[in-house]
Design a protein around this ligand. Structure first.
Ligand SMILES: [Zn+2]
Ligand SMILES: [Zn+2]
Length: 147
Protein backbone atom coordinates (compact mmCIF):
# COMPACT_ATOMS: atom_id res chain seq x y z
CA UNK A 1 0.00 0.00 0.00
CA UNK A 2 1.20 3.45 -0.83
CA UNK A 3 0.78 5.25 2.45
CA UNK A 4 2.75 8.32 1.46
CA UNK A 5 0.99 11.47 2.59
CA UNK A 6 -0.40 13.64 -0.17
CA UNK A 7 0.58 17.29 -0.12
CA UNK A 8 -2.02 20.04 -0.30
CA UNK A 9 -0.85 21.05 -3.75
CA UNK A 10 -1.20 17.45 -4.99
CA UNK A 11 -4.74 17.37 -3.63
CA UNK A 12 -5.55 20.74 -5.21
CA UNK A 13 -4.26 19.37 -8.53
CA UNK A 14 -6.43 16.28 -8.11
CA UNK A 15 -9.50 18.45 -7.59
CA UNK A 16 -8.63 20.69 -10.53
CA UNK A 17 -8.18 17.75 -12.88
CA UNK A 18 -11.51 16.38 -11.68
CA UNK A 19 -13.07 19.79 -12.52
CA UNK A 20 -13.88 20.38 -8.88
CA UNK A 21 -13.29 23.82 -7.42
CA UNK A 22 -10.69 23.32 -4.70
CA UNK A 23 -12.39 25.10 -1.80
CA UNK A 24 -10.73 25.14 1.61
CA UNK A 25 -13.44 22.88 3.05
CA UNK A 26 -13.05 20.31 0.30
CA UNK A 27 -9.29 20.40 0.74
CA UNK A 28 -9.63 19.84 4.49
CA UNK A 29 -12.01 16.93 3.97
CA UNK A 30 -9.86 15.34 1.27
CA UNK A 31 -6.76 15.80 3.41
CA UNK A 32 -8.38 14.06 6.34
CA UNK A 33 -9.86 11.15 4.38
CA UNK A 34 -6.75 10.75 2.24
CA UNK A 35 -4.10 11.04 4.91
CA UNK A 36 -5.72 9.52 7.98
CA UNK A 37 -6.09 6.07 6.34
CA UNK A 38 -8.81 5.45 8.91
CA UNK A 39 -11.76 5.12 6.50
CA UNK A 40 -13.74 7.64 8.54
CA UNK A 41 -17.49 8.07 8.74
CA UNK A 42 -18.86 11.52 7.83
CA UNK A 43 -19.33 12.18 11.56
CA UNK A 44 -15.70 11.41 12.29
CA UNK A 45 -14.61 13.79 9.53
CA UNK A 46 -16.88 16.46 10.98
CA UNK A 47 -15.70 15.90 14.56
CA UNK A 48 -12.05 15.98 13.56
CA UNK A 49 -12.27 19.07 11.34
CA UNK A 50 -14.51 21.03 13.68
CA UNK A 51 -11.84 20.83 16.36
CA UNK A 52 -9.67 23.15 14.26
CA UNK A 53 -12.52 25.16 12.83
CA UNK A 54 -15.33 25.76 15.33
CA UNK A 55 -17.54 27.49 12.77
CA UNK A 56 -17.57 24.52 10.43
CA UNK A 57 -21.05 23.09 10.00
CA UNK A 58 -21.98 19.46 9.66
CA UNK A 59 -23.73 20.10 6.36
CA UNK A 60 -20.63 21.76 4.90
CA UNK A 61 -18.65 18.63 5.69
CA UNK A 62 -21.34 16.34 4.27
CA UNK A 63 -21.63 18.47 1.13
CA UNK A 64 -17.87 18.48 0.66
CA UNK A 65 -17.74 14.69 0.97
CA UNK A 66 -20.56 14.38 -1.52
CA UNK A 67 -18.80 16.66 -4.03
CA UNK A 68 -15.57 14.67 -3.66
CA UNK A 69 -17.41 11.38 -4.20
CA UNK A 70 -19.13 12.79 -7.29
CA UNK A 71 -15.75 13.91 -8.63
CA UNK A 72 -14.36 10.41 -8.13
CA UNK A 73 -11.73 11.47 -5.58
CA UNK A 74 -13.34 9.81 -2.59
CA UNK A 75 -15.23 6.57 -2.58
CA UNK A 76 -17.89 5.27 -0.31
CA UNK A 77 -16.96 1.85 1.01
CA UNK A 78 -19.57 -0.75 0.29
CA UNK A 79 -19.07 -2.26 3.67
CA UNK A 80 -21.43 -3.02 6.51
CA UNK A 81 -19.64 -1.36 9.40
CA UNK A 82 -22.35 0.80 10.91
CA UNK A 83 -23.05 3.67 8.55
CA UNK A 84 -21.07 5.10 5.69
CA UNK A 85 -17.30 5.08 5.52
CA UNK A 86 -15.02 6.79 3.06
CA UNK A 87 -11.64 6.18 1.48
CA UNK A 88 -9.43 8.05 -0.94
CA UNK A 89 -10.39 6.83 -4.41
CA UNK A 90 -7.17 7.15 -6.45
CA UNK A 91 -5.21 4.46 -4.62
CA UNK A 92 -3.67 1.13 -5.47
CA UNK A 93 -6.34 -1.56 -5.36
CA UNK A 94 -6.80 -3.02 -1.91
CA UNK A 95 -9.39 -4.82 0.15
CA UNK A 96 -10.74 -3.89 3.55
CA UNK A 97 -10.99 -5.66 6.84
CA UNK A 98 -13.55 -4.80 9.52
CA UNK A 99 -12.83 -5.79 13.09
CA UNK A 100 -16.00 -7.13 14.66
CA UNK A 101 -14.84 -6.03 18.09
CA UNK A 102 -13.40 -2.52 17.82
CA UNK A 103 -15.15 -1.72 14.53
CA UNK A 104 -12.04 -0.24 12.93
CA UNK A 105 -11.56 -0.67 9.20
CA UNK A 106 -8.12 -1.64 7.96
CA UNK A 107 -6.62 -1.82 4.50
CA UNK A 108 -6.03 -5.38 3.42
CA UNK A 109 -3.72 -6.45 0.62
CA UNK A 110 -5.40 -8.36 -2.18
CA UNK A 111 -4.40 -11.97 -2.75
CA UNK A 112 -1.68 -12.45 -5.36
CA UNK A 113 -3.10 -12.33 -8.87
CA UNK A 114 -6.47 -10.98 -7.74
CA UNK A 115 -7.83 -8.91 -10.61
CA UNK A 116 -11.24 -8.29 -12.05
CA UNK A 117 -11.44 -10.16 -15.32
CA UNK A 118 -14.14 -9.69 -17.81
CA UNK A 119 -15.41 -13.07 -18.86
CA UNK A 120 -18.59 -14.53 -20.27
CA UNK A 121 -19.65 -11.16 -21.63
CA UNK A 122 -19.53 -9.42 -18.25
CA UNK A 123 -17.53 -6.20 -18.23
CA UNK A 124 -16.55 -5.99 -14.59
CA UNK A 125 -15.63 -2.50 -13.36
CA UNK A 126 -14.67 -3.49 -9.88
CA UNK A 127 -14.65 -6.32 -7.42
CA UNK A 128 -14.58 -5.45 -3.77
CA UNK A 129 -12.90 -7.69 -1.27
CA UNK A 130 -13.89 -7.47 2.38
CA UNK A 131 -12.66 -9.41 5.34
CA UNK A 132 -14.25 -9.63 8.76
CA UNK A 133 -12.92 -10.87 12.06
CA UNK A 134 -10.59 -9.63 14.75
CA UNK A 135 -7.76 -7.18 14.26
CA UNK A 136 -4.36 -8.17 15.75
CA UNK A 137 -4.91 -5.99 18.80
CA UNK A 138 -8.37 -7.35 19.61
CA UNK A 139 -7.32 -10.92 18.84
CA UNK A 140 -4.57 -10.70 21.43
CA UNK A 141 -6.65 -9.02 24.13
CA UNK A 142 -7.32 -11.37 27.07
CA UNK A 143 -11.06 -10.65 27.07
CA UNK A 144 -11.38 -12.20 23.65
CA UNK A 145 -9.93 -15.57 24.57
CA UNK A 146 -12.50 -15.83 27.37
CA UNK A 147 -15.42 -15.44 24.93
ZN1 LIG B 1 -10.15 -4.67 16.70
ZN1 LIG C 1 -8.71 1.62 2.16
Amino acid sequence: MDCRKLTDSEMIDMMRSASLRPSLHRLAVLRYIGNSHSHPSPDEVYRELSRENQSLSRSTVYNSIHALVEAGLVRELDIDAGGKHYDLAPQPRHGHFVCRKCGLIFDMPLPEGFAPMSAGGFMIDSIELYGRGLCPECASSPAESAV
